[in-house]
Design a protein around this ligand. Structure first.
Ligand SMILES: Cc1cc2nc3c(=O)[nH]c(=O)nc-3n(C[C@H](O)[C@H](O)[C@H](O)COP(=O)(O)OP(=O)(O)OC[C@H]3O[C@@H](n4cnc5c(N)ncnc54)[C@H](O)[C@@H]3O)c2cc1C
Length: 489
């Protein structure tokens, strides 16, 4: 029986482990932390439960495909979010509630964007065509070389060619006139860790996924139930997990990797290795490849960092949705500086997830479990985060003003992660929240491959290899790397 060692128990590592175990491989996993899940993780503190990263996901059918592939029943239950989320702007008393239902959605914009329904339908028709024409050839395919990638792209309907040369924002401007519609519909570009102004219009396919395809989903009991459920399935399949094992070196012989070495002197041998640690960072720092030297890594384009904080409140906030976006009034200026500095004058934009809204068990009776995400520069642009508590205080103050209730005396639990903690906890290069960005020269055949260039028995899975960031992409990534391994061994 061939033995596979997986480095990292993020969603990519866990789903790859089960796919391989179900195919008859002997699989072991090593994880640097004491708990599995990577960015899809959980904190339990002061009687509250907080999801620390992902708070929803799209494309649930990728999880269904995974369950079918492993011949299991999905070990967690997802719940569609309706409404999708709400958005409010500073100095504007209105809260926009975003629905998948086009008539309800159009009603929200009736005072600012005449004919919204027709415009949105036209926009979504274009996004849907883009999704249908690219998902199989560009997202769900392994590329063996750049020519192979280009040949694959030739299958895409040339009607989409102009989107390659346009920004997300430029595409939005072609369909909508109001500031409100443009800003709200383009918000999704921030989910890719960049801004609508530097993200390609190709990613407007995400608007189709968001508003028309399958919407957004939460998991019953909190997002960490995905990990808890997967761990049970891995246990049944005989996969061994070893926690608090961090790989920092390796042994090789004749173009083959023989063993991974951990920081405590442990040696981990296998026939093949799958790396779920960041695919670019690991190649540079651990495998010491010149093509991924520190200087090269710095030149790559990385997604922004996140300042996240987890607040336990000794009261209920009835007026909030599961997902709530609090934006300022300077969208374009904000987007231009968010990657490099924190704007304390205008106050940062932020997102608030009320986990206890749909999962009452995550907070004590009468309490609320809140999770704030504020996009901020990664450590390449802001190294010193000694001001993190001050920034959090400013956001909490702003939040209190905007919901019309001072929450500071109600706070009974507070935990803050700046990009420093994100880097340290999960080996995220420079605290970049989503790994390598999705610019044209860093996706598909240009992204660090899921097959190592030098070692025939080393593979990669997760956000910085193909296809990219986000939970459904991690599941697709596990499918692609499994295909590679089955083909090679
Ligand atoms: C704040 C935040 C919010 C997000 N929100 C969403 C969302 O709402 N929806 C969504 O779909 N996506 C979201 N994402 C993105 C999503 O979390 C990631 O794309 C996904 O979880 C990445 O999974 P992964 O398998 O690539 O790797 P990771 O989760 O990074 O897992 C890698 C694992 O490898 C371990 N590791 C690293 N190096 C080593 C080593 N040398 N030795 C041993 N172990 C090692 C790490 O500890 C980690 O457990 C969010 C991300 C962040 C940061």
């Amino acid at each position: 029986m061939k033995k596979i060692l997986i480095v990292g128990a993020g969603l990519g590592g866990l789903t790859t482990a089960l796919r391989l175990a179900k195919r008859g491989y002997q699989v072991e996993l090593v994880e640097k932390n004491a708990q599995a899940g990577g960015r899809l993780n959980q904190i339990k503190k002061d009687g509250f439960t907080f999801d620390i990263g992902p708070s929803f996901f799209s494309m649930p059918y990728e999880f269904d495909e995974f369950a079918r592939d492993c011949a299991i029943r999905l070990p967690f239950e997802f719940v569609e979010l309706d409404p999708l989320y709400s958005v409010s702007f500073r100095n504007n008393p209105k809260t926009y509630t975003l629905y998948k239902d086009i008539d309800k959605l159009a009603e929200q914009f009736s005072d600012v964007e005449p004919d919204f329904k027709r415009k949105m339908q036209r926009y979504l028709d274009a996004c849907e065509a883009l999704y249908n024409d690219t998902v199989d050839v560009a997202i769900k395919t392994n590329f063996n070389s750049l020519p192979h990638y280009f040949l694959s792209l030739l299958k895409v309907n040339p009607i989409h060619l102009p989107t390659l040369f346009r920004s997300f924002w430029a595409q939005i401007e072609r369909y909508f006139d109001s500031k409100e519609a443009r800003e709200i519909v383009s918000l999704i570009a921030f989910f890719l860790g960049r801004t609508p102004f530097d993200t390609s219009a190709v990613y407007t396919l995400l608007s189709y996924i968001e508003f028309r395809n399958n919407g957004y989903h939460n998991v019953k009991g909190g997002m960490y139930q995905i990990v808890t459920g997967l761990l049970k399935e891995l246990d049944k399949a005989g996969v061994k997990l070893h926690y608090q094992v961090e790989i920092d070196d390796f042994e090789e012989k004749d173009g083959k990797l023989m063993a991974m070495l951990d920081t405590k002197g442990g040696k981990w041998t296998a026939d093949a290795f799958v790396v779920n640690s960041d695919a670019a960072f690991f190649r540079g720092r651990v495998l010491k490849k010149k093509t991924f030297s520190e200087a090269r890594l710095q030149k790559m384009e990385w997604t922004m960092g996140y300042l996240t904080f987890y607040i336990g409140l000794n009261a209920k906030l009835e007026d909030l949705n599961h997902h709530n976006y609090f934006l300022g009034s300077n969208y374009r200026d904000y987007a231009q500086q968010v990657l490099t500095q924190v704007d304390m004058a205008e106050k940062p934009y932020y997102y608030v997830n009320v986990l206890s809204r749909s999962n009452p068990d995550c907070a004590p009776e009468g309490c609320e479990s809140l999770f704030f995400v504020c996009p901020v520069p990664n450590l390449l642009h802001k190294k010193d985060w000694s001001d993190k508590e001050q920034i959090v205080d400013a956001i909490l103050h702003d939040f209190s003003e905007r919901i019309g209730r001072d929450i500071s005396p109600l706070i009974v639990s507070r935990t803050v992660f700046s990009p420093v903690e994100w880097e340290k906890n999960f080996n995220l290069y420079q605290g970049s929240g989503l790994g390598l960005s999705h610019k044209m020269l860093q996706i598909g055949g240009f992204r660090p491959s899921n097959k190592d260039e030098d070692y025939q028995n080393v593979f990669y899975v997760g956000a910085s290899t193909v296809p990219g960031a986000g939970l459904p992409m991690a599941v697709i990534s596990s499918k692609l790397v499994t295909e590679r391994i089955v083909e090679a061994f």
